[in-house]
Design a protein. Structure first.
Length: 56
């Protein structure tokens, strides 16, 4: 496990943390049982196969 040799300053720590950004998932339009639904792309096949139900 990597261990820092020196203490990182508070400003450097906060700058590093603030640079990280979460990305929004891209939504895809699919037709499920006659309705058009926007869902994440990674779940598209599960919805089409009926493994995941759509809440109203």
């Amino acid at each position: 496990m990597a261990v820092p040799k020196r203490k990182m300053s508070r400003s450097n720590t906060r700058t590093r943390r603030s640079a990280w950004k979460a990305k929004l998932t891209t939504l895809e339009n699919i037709n499920v049982s006659g309705r058009e639904v926007r869902i994440p792309r990674r779940l598209a096949k599960a919805y089409q196969r009926g493994l995941v139900e759509i809440e109203d």
